[in-house]
Design a binder for this molecule. Sequence first.
Ligand code: ATP
Ligand code: MG
Length: 549
Amino acid sequence: MLSPLKSYEELRSEFRWDMPERYNIAYDACDRWANVEPERLALLHVLPSGSVEEWRYGQLKRSSSQLANALYALGVVPRDRVALLLPQAPETAISHLAIYRLGGIAVPLAALFGPEALRYRLENAEANVVVTNRSGLEKLSALREQLPFLEHIVCVDGDGQAHGDLDFWSLLQKGADRFEIRDTSPDDPALMIYTSGTTGQPKGALLAHRVLLGHLPGVQMAHELLPQPGDLFWTPADWAWAGGLLNALLPSLKFGVPVVTARIDKFDPEGAFDLMVRHGVRNAFIPPTALKMMRSVDPSPYTEKLKLRSVCSAGEALGAEAFSWSEEALGVTPNEMYGQTECNLVLGSGKAVGVSKAGAIGRPVPGHEVSVIRPDGSVCDASEQGEIAVRRGTPVMFLQYWQRPDADESKFLGDWMLTGDQGVADAEGYIHFVGRNDDVITSAGYRIGPSEIEDYLITHEAVGLAAVVGKPDPVRTEIVKAYIVLKDGYEPSEALTNDIRQYVRVSLSAHEYPREIDFVSELPLTTSGKVIRRILRDRARKEVELVES
Ligand code: ATP
Ligand code: MG
């Protein structure tokens, strides 16, 4: 636990991981509360009607024990993969806890995935059971023939046996409500989370039970020493993504902080403000694209009514503009964090521990060693660009990629885990994000990171969202091309294009301004809300090919 009385430097130098010999997430995130305070509030589930269903730790323990018994009866044994194709809902939390209880491996899948995305992941994971809802069941029914490993589909809102599936609630009723938690080591696998697939095919990162303990210092830093009296957590992020599950749901349950849950099919910025006001949310994890979408609407009806105490953002670059907007519109300084599914929340910020800087992704979270390194593994000097790398030995480090020994090998350089991201450390030790290795643009001899340009672009009054990629160019290797979503009330025009180009050229730099701009109605996003620059890059490349042919 981070102490409020110490400086960041003290916290960092004194930090030691205190790993228990035996550890299971189901105990830490549920039973430790359920055993002493069964009536303690765990989840506040907002139904589509707006009414709220309360879930207490005792109920979560009972239901997840029943489900563990039911899964066991279906033949699920430790280390079997059980996939969860569900939005935020109590059933999702119950399923996670049931799988950990049993010693199985939970494989969360985003409810927004289409059939091919599901087929790829379920086949790769060789999942025996999927817990889903009716819309998931529809997608899966069409795929069943192609998934020989898949034995059972459990449906939370299905109509019984009609499709050869099992009904979640009837299963629970059949299962006894006691299930002794499997005696696991902190290093036993608990979860397999697929990376977002921003750069290519997603990889299944296998994570051990210890991953939750590894997240706690980062979550405490990002949420100003969570837990504090009255804390109430909400995230619009899908729990199928490391951000939603490990930065929000599981640490909150561990800390005894109730979580507001709501099914979100498409992020609605006004709906997000409204939900936070209505339920008095105190702690929020809001990824950068979501915050930037909120920035595109008028916050004034909500600002005074918000009760936020801490806001964390991660998954993409937040940037200085969205940082200062959050301070004004949300009334709190956002704490930017950085990590990846393979090794999450390793850099971060926290005002309460004195680490906060607009435009930086933070400093190493106590307990993790993170540096910007050169290709030979030596640490870069301040201001020298290199790859962000994490030293082995932290509990958040993944165990392996599932069935991808090729990817495992290239992920490490000696003791360093390579993130595939370029960064620069400044003189104060803050790390600044430049871009993913693949996203860095080479233009006329310069290596340009998209983040800085995107961050500047959104300071233009007409720009809502912006994504920048390199477009092949015979003279400059690549030119900077921007895809822009305009704010409401602005229309694309040649004059606006020129104005935005000039705006960046004059104020940011003469070589980094976007020579080409396309106005688009939306950007291609992963289900975790990240801009897939790879798709835009392909689009830009095709434009060149078309001109050439
Ligand atoms: P894939 O590995 O399949 O291409 P992905 O890298 O997007 O997908 P995740 O593990 O969800 O999958 O995301 C981790 C990545 O997100 C990091 O490597 C980094 O590129 C980006 N990221 C995370 N936090 C930040 C941040 N604060 N600023 C900039 N980028 C961030
Ligand atoms: Mg990645």
